[in-house]
Design a protein. Structure first.
Length: 670
């Protein structure tokens, strides 16, 4: 037995009050009238009788009342074994962490053994739900009362390449509690990794009447080195050589020297030594890396391997391709736009394009699929048959970029589309008579989040009615400047001005080259995909869903990642494991996408105990730790028991006190 507030025992000194009332108070004689005291002899009267205790039952009740009152405020408790969780009135949840960090050593096996031990201590007939969690939560079947079925579910849990998320676990528990409408006894088996903790503590809120018990499989942080990131151009054109920059990180480590190797198609092409500071990062660069034509499966290896070799390798994919042709169609007398457009393409770093120019009045589109995209620069004299060929080219998956000027405005409509030209607007250069940008859709790849179009002046623009188009840029007078429309499987982008420095001064600003480069890559479907994506990211399959035909995805194990039905309708694909995914699109286009486990899983720093204790208290149920376990001793408060005894003693003391008080009054009267 123990006391939570033992300092209240000082109130036991109040037991002296009944003793004073019953024993130590001064005896008072009742004066009586008498005629004369001359015949009485003077003597000393003994006070023993006055010091004799009276009303022993009342005294005992009062002493007990004060003693119980002091003990009640001291909050006594006893320790006894907790009843097994998961009886008929609730559900026992065995939650096993299967994130990438659980691949280290025998962590998952230890978690499984601990879960089996908890399962064996549950009383017969207890309902058990087994679940595994990482970035997502997976229920291992339905809740069951069969221990063998629960054991089979635990045995089937395997570690994944996903990152851990306690927020996803808490969300799943809230959904489970709402469905079960019963208290939950949750046993969590995990390495308690700090990086699995969400930024907002509110995401960890447990459902009401939930008791969370923690079973950590490790007690100390494990030092670890990892290849954290790789930076390289995804596409290399012509005779250019790739430059690969590697970042190596140490988590809770001492200063060390490691060997970093670059592997291309299973062949070591270069190696460097790097010194990593204690708990810090270091970079190493591989320059002049030769990449064979087509897609290359690349990898960076860190040697010697440490206690967690899974993150000592980082996979990425590079492609060497020939410069793809971009057809630039312009008016015969207008050469300025082509000069600025070509200069922007050549100024872009590692541009994978080469420009082919053609006059609008003699333009033809033989084998249109050979072009990465087609650019119409104010092509007002475009022939109808060429326009029809362009329309078919776009519908089959090609991309068209149009700049509108006086010649295009004279046609009355925008080529290939059904958009109507309203008017051609012109503002004089004198004074401030120009239009500036008011709105940019920075979420679009053509514009980008770092767009700097402020200060660009537009003197001449073409106002069009583009119903259903996506607005990417708008001028201060609310006229649309940049618009996009999907036509079949292709893309149509319209710039309501020209590419020269007459209708605007855009080519004279620093934003011009990024705008041309980003838009060209976007329309050619080479937009900013990284050389590697983290596991749990989603791969964009949108072109296939837009009507460009089925797409086939081969996962790192060489199996199809999509069914036949999904290959024709899927818009995205979740990358669930490390390795290279091969994406085969319509028209024979192939793409290689590498995936690596989130490097936050490489940091084995543990969560502090106080944070875990606060998390346990959010459920409002009793909490415990792995040391306590199922059926371990717990504190059980006796406060209500002592309060009941206090009320009973108070009632008895009142009865006995009233009785003795009446008897004393009668004696006094007598």
């Amino acid at each position: 037995m123990g006391l939570l507030a033992p300092w209240f025992l000082a109130a036991l000194g109040a037991v002296a009050l009944p003793l004073w009332l019953h024993l130590l108070r001064r005896h008072r004689s009742v004066p009586r009238p008498f005629s004369s005291l001359m015949f009485f002899e003077r003597r000393i009267q003994s006070s023993i009788r006055h010091r004799r205790l009276r009303y022993l039952l009342l005294l005992a009740l009062r002493l007990a009342l004060l003693t119980v009152l002091a003990l009640t405020f001291a909050q006594p408790f006893i320790r006894r074994a907790a009843p097994p969780a998961g009886g008929d009135a609730g559900l026992t949840v065995l939650a096993v962490d299967q994130s990438a960090s659980m691949r280290q050593g025998d962590r998952l096996e230890r978690a499984r053994r601990e879960a089996l031990a908890v399962l064996s201590r549950l009383r017969g007939g207890a309902r058990v739900q087994v679940l595994a969690f990482a970035a997502q939560v997976r229920l291992a079947g339905q809740a069951t009362r069969d221990p063998e079925e629960a054991r089979a579910a635990l045995a089937a849990i395997e570690a994944t390449d996903s990152r851990g998320s306690y927020a996803e676990l808490a969300r799943a528990l809230r959904s489970l509690a709402a469905a079960e409408k019963a208290p939950l006894a949750v046993h969590l088996f995990s390495d308690m990794q700090k990086t699995s903790w969400p930024p907002a503590f509110s995401d960890l809120r447990l459902p009401e009447n939930t008791r969370l018990e923690l079973h950590p499989v490790v007690t100390a942080r494990l030092p670890n080195w990892a290849v954290e990131a790789v930076s390289a151009p995804r596409h290399v054109t012509g005779a250019r050589e790739a430059r690969v920059r590697v970042t190596v990180a140490g988590y809770g480590t001492e200063q060390a020297t490691r060997n970093v190797k670059l592997v291309v198609n299973q062949k070591v092409v270069d190696a460097r030594e790097v010194q990593i500071p204690a708990g810090g990062r270091a970079s190493v660069e591989f320059s002049s890396v030769e990449i064979p034509h087509g897609w290359a499966r690349c990898e960076v290896r860190l040697e010697p391997a440490d206690s967690f070799p899974a993150d000592d390798r980082f996979r990425f994919a590079l492609e060497r391709l020939e410069a793809r042709p971009v057809l630039f169609v312009h008016e015969r007398r207008e050469q300025r736009s082509g000069v600025y457009f070509r200069a922007a393409l050549e100024a872009a770093p590692a541009s994978p394009f080469r420009l082919e120019t053609m006059a609008a009045d003699t333009a033809d589109l033989p084998g249109g699929r050979q072009y990465a995209l087609v650019v119409l620069s104010d092509a007002g004299s475009l022939r109808p048959e060429v326009e029809d060929a362009l329309r078919e080219y776009v519908r089959s998956g090609g991309s068209l970029w149009m700049a509108l000027g006086p010649a295009a405005a004279a046609r009355g409509r925008v080529p290939v589309t059904n958009w109507k030209v309203v008017e051609s607007r012109y503002a004089a250069r004198e004074g401030d008579r120009f239009q500036s940008i008011e709105y940019l859709d920075t979420g679009h790849p053509s514009v980008g989040p770092s767009a700097r179009w402020q200060g660009v002046k537009f003197y001449r623009t073409v106002l069009v009615e583009a119903a259903g188009a996506r607005l990417l840029a708008r001028l201060a007078d609310q006229a649309p400047l940049l618009m996009e429309e999907r036509l079949g499987a292709g893309r149509v982008l319209v710039f309501a001005s020209t590419f020269d420095n007459l209708s605007n001064d855009f080519p004279l600003h620093s934003a011009w080259v990024p705008f041309i480069d980003q838009t060209t890559r976007y329309l050619a479907r080479l937009e900013g995909r990284q050389v590697s994506l983290p596991v749990d990211a989603f791969l964009d399959l949108l072109p296939a869903a837009e009507g460009g035909g089925a797409v086939e995805v081969i996962d790192p194990r060489g199996q199809r990642a999509l069914t036949l039905a999904e290959s024709a309708t899927a818009r995205t694909l979740a990358l669930t494991e490390e390795g290279c995914y091969e994406v085969r699109r319509a028209g024979g286009r192939t793409e290689l996408v590498a995936a690596n486990a989130d490097r936050r899983e490489s940091d084995f720093e543990l969560l502090p105990a106080d944070a875990l204790a606060v998390w346990q208290n959010t459920g409002g149920g009793a909490t415990g730790t792995a040391a306590a376990g199922a059926g371990a001793e717990r504190q059980w408060g006796l406060w209500w028991h002592f309060m009941a005894a206090l009320l009973a003693l108070g009632f008895l003391e009142s009865l006995v006190g009233n009785r003795h008080l009446s008897a004393q009054q009668e004696d006094d009267k007598g």
